[in-house]
Design a protein around this ligand. Structure first.
Ligand SMILES: NC(=O)c1ccc[n+]([C@@H]2O[C@H](COP(=O)([O-])OP(=O)(O)OC[C@H]3O[C@@H](n4cnc5c(N)ncnc54)[C@H](O)[C@@H]3O)[C@@H](O)[C@H]2O)c1
Ligand SMILES: Nc1nc(=O)c(N)c(NC[C@H](O)[C@H](O)[C@H](O)COP(=O)(O)O)[nH]1
Length: 221
């Protein structure tokens, strides 16, 4: 499976404010670029922290692109995937609506009654890992469901875990012209952090977009 990570950060590497409040970091050109990435993906993944903070939809915004997907024999929208070890996704979350299929990646620690509620709300549950989701094992199961290209839209904890597990193939980051600051504010890669064996990135693209830049990398290890 090809795993593509995309995020928008402030110039100091933050994904949002210390209150985890969404900020408009990029602009319309970047949102259109993200829409193209979504349209090219079989599924779009976020961590449950992002679901709780932003209640995202994760669908393709452009009707032309949805129509093109249907013409190509695909679903109008990519599937939605939430890394959600303890099944904390609210049953009324927007991404559980009927616009696309939704997979919840959970661990053995997820309470069975939560799983029953979320299945009733339309989710397909994939279990992998004891305490936290074992992303590598969960991705193997997603692949059997036909997910060959997965777009990851954050947040910082999930992105770090994916790098730690060596699962990232491509990374694109829109760096906006603003400073959010705050040592508690989520960054592109949170979690424990690396002290050695940092992921090796090859810079393959630099583009000016909106009032910022998009940096594109291929991940070598
Ligand atoms: N600017 C952007 O592009 C962008 C994109 C997405 C999110 N955000 C922001 O990021 C913040 C949320 O990020 P976050 O880091 O708190 O949460 P996150 O979205 O990374 O979710 C973290 C949660 O995912 C679950 N999880 C399951 N398996 C995991 C694993 N193997 N490793 C790590 N986590 C696993 C855990 O329950 C964990 O608490 C919000 O403030 C949101 O607005 C910004
Ligand atoms: N490209 C981009 N520029 C930004 O300035 C910004 N704040 C995000 N943030 C991503 C984000 O945290 C959301 O999760 C999804 O953008 C929501 O997606 P929907 O519109 O609900 O489909 N992304």
């Amino acid at each position: 499976m090809e795993v593509v990570v995309n995020a928008a950060t402030s110039v100091d590497g933050k994904l949002s404010t210390r209150e985890r409040r969404q900020v408009r970091i990029s602009g319309d050109e970047d949102f259109d670029r993200v829409d193209r990435l979504r349209a090219a993906a079989d599924a779009v993944l976020v961590g449950v922290g992002t679901v709780l903070a932003d209640d995202p939809h994760l669908g393709v915004k452009s009707e032309d692109r949805r129509v093109q997907r249907l013409r190509n024999g695909r679903s109008a929208n990519p599937a939605r995937v939430v890394a959600d070890s303890r099944a904390r996704t609210p049953p009324d979350a927007t991404l559980l609506n009927d616009d696309a299929e939704t997979y919840l990646l959970v661990s053995e620690a997820a309470p069975p009654e939560r799983l029953a509620t979320l299945r009733d709300a339309g989710a397909t549950v994939i279990e992998a890992g004891e305490e936290q989701v074992n992303l590598s094992a969960a991705f193997d199961q997603l692949e059997t469901e036909g997910v060959d290209r997965l777009l990851v839209e954050g947040g910082g904890k999930v992105i770090f875990s994916l790098f730690e597990a060596g699962l990232v193939d491509e990374l694109s980051v829109f760096v906006g012209s603003l400073v959010l600051g705050g040592r508690e504010a989520p960054t592109l890669a949170d979690g424990e952090g690396f002290v050695e064996d940092f992921p090796a990135l090859e810079l393959v693209g630099v583009d000016r977009l909106d009032d910022g830049v998009v940096l594109e990398y291929r991940v070598e290890s």
